[in-house]
Design a protein around this ligand. Structure first.
Ligand SMILES: [Zn+2]
Length: 356
C-alpha cells in the first residue's frame, strides 16, 4: 500500500512530495493513520539547518513531531494490557529516550542525551501513516469531541508552555496579586495564555506580541491585558504596563517568542524576585545584565517540551473542554507554502496538516 509523504532530502530545500510504501510496524509498534500533523516553527528550523550541528541526519527524513490519529495496525508483541485496539483515537508522545539514564528514570525522556524524536530522523507526521512504539501512545477515550487536528498541536505547542508554567507555579511565582506576562502569541503562546489563567492562581495575565491579530487571539484566550510591543522600547512598554495593571513590572514571564530581544525585554521588566521561564527557541544567545539578576534574585528557567505525564495532564484539560484550539487546516499539497508562511510569522494559531 502507498501513502503520501513530504520528505526532506537536504537543508534549505523544499520538501519533496512523494508516494512511498506504507511502513510496516515492528513487533512492539503500532501503525498510526495520521489524522492531524501540527506544523511547528521548529520544522522550518530543522529544514533551515538550525539543528545542523546537533543532530545527525540520514536523509530522506519526514518531519512532523505533533501527531494525532487512529490506530491502523498493531504489532505482534504489543501486550493486551496496553489496551490498544484498531480504530482507537490516539496522540503520539514524540520524544523517545533510551530508558537508561537519570532523566529517563525521572520520566523526563525529552531530556535524554541519547533520545530520538518523532520527525527528527524517525518517522514523522508529514506522512499519512507512521509506526510508533506502543509505549508512546496516549489513547483518547471515545466517544470524544476532540479531533486529531485539535489534538495534534497539544503534543508540543500545547505541551511546552504547560511545562514552563508548571515550573513558575511550583517555584511560587504565581498567585493573587502577581502579574504574569505571556511573551509571544504564536503557536505556543496561544496555549500559554490559557494555561496562565488556569495555573496562574489569580495572577493578572498580560500578553505581549507584535501583531494585533495575535493579541486578539490572546484576548479571546483569556488574557486580562495585551500590549503590542512592535517598535516599542522598554520604557514605552513599561508605561503601557503601568497604565494597564497599575504596576510597571512583572513577577513572572512565560517566554514563548524565544528571540534575543524578547528575552531581554522580559528581564528588563522583571520585579524583584521575578522569574522568566524560556520555552521559545529562535535566537541563539541570551544577553542579560548580571547585577539585577544577582541583587534582585531573579530566576531563569529553561524548559524543554514536556514529558509523558505533562501531556496526560494537558489532554485531561482538553477532554474537560478547558482548552480553546486555534488551528488552520493545511492540505498536504500546500506544505511547502505553509512552511514559508510559518517562517515569516504569518500563520495565526497552529497550522495542521490534514489528509483528505
Ligand atoms: Zn535516557
Amino acid at each position: 500500500m502507498k501513502m503520501r509523504a513530504a520528505r526532506m532530502y537536504g537543508y534549505k530545500q523544499p520538501l519533496q512530495l512523494e508516494e512511498i510504501d506504507v511502513p510496516i510496524p515492528g513487533p512492539e509498534e503500532v501503525l498510526i493513520r495520521v489524522g492531524g500533523a501540527g506544523m511547528c516553527r521548529t520544522d522550518f528550523q530543522l529544514i533551515d539547518g538550525y539543528f545542523d550541528t546537533g543532530l545527525a541526519m540520514d536523509f530522506p527524513i519526514t518531519p512532523g513531531h505533533e501527531v494525532a490519529g487512529w490506530i491502523d495496525g498493531i504489532g505482534s508483541a504489543v501486550p493486551k494490557s496496553a489496551g490498544l485496539s484498531e480504530g482507537d483515537q490516539v496522540v503520539v508522545f514524540g520524544s523517545w529516550g533510551d530508558g537508561a539514564c537519570r532523566q529517563c528514570h525521572e520520566g523526563n525522556e525529552q531530556l535524554c542525551a541519547h533520545g530520538v524524536w518523532a520527525g527528527f530522523g524517525r518517522h514523522g507526521g508529514y506522512q499519512e501513516y507512521m509506526p510508533v512504539d506502543y509505549r508512546y501512545l496516549i489513547k483518547i477515550p471515545g466517544p470524544s469531541e476532540l479531533s486529531p487536528e485539535n489534538l495534534a498541536p497539544l503534543t508540543d505547542a500545547g505541551l511546552t508552555p504547560y511545562r514552563g508554567l508548571k515550573k513558575l507555579l511550583a517555584a511560587g511565582h504565581l498567585g493573587p496579586g502577581r502579574t504574569l506576562a505571556v511573551s509571544g502569541v504564536g503557536g505556543l503562546g496561544s496555549y500559554a495564555t490559557q494555561y496562565a489563567k488556569l495555573l496562574g492562581g489569580g495572577a493578572q495575565v498580560i500578553a505581549f506580541a507584535r501583531s494585533d491579530d495575535k493579541l486578539k487571539i490572546a484576548k479571546d484566550n483569556g488574557a486580562d491585558h495585551v500590549v503590542n510591543v512592535r517598535g516599542k522600547d522598554t520604557d514605552a512598554v513599561r508605561s503601557e504596563l503601568e497604565s494597564l495593571t497599575g504596576r510597571a513590572d512583572l513577577d513572572a514571564v512565560i517566554e514563548c517568542a524565544g528571540s534575543e530581544d524578547s528575552i531581554r525585554l522580559a528581564f528588563s521588566l522583571l520585579a524583584t524576585e521575578g522569574a522568566v521561564a524560556s520555552v521559545g527557541l529562535i535566537g541563539n544567545r541570551v544577553d542579560i545584565p548580571l547585577f539585577p539578576l544577582v541583587a534582585r534574585e531573579y530566576t531563569f528557567f529553561g524548559s524543554f517540551w514536556g514529558n509523558y505525564n505533562d501531556l496526560i495532564e494537558v489532554l485531561a484539560l482538553a477532554q474537560a473542554g478547558q482548552i480553546k484550539h486555534s488551528v488552520t487546516r493545511v492540505r498536504f499539497d500546500d506544505v511547502n507554502e505553509t512552511l514559508d508562511a510559518i517562517a515569516a510569522g504569518d500563520v495565526l494559531g497552529r497550522a495542521v496538516i490534514v489528509y483528505d
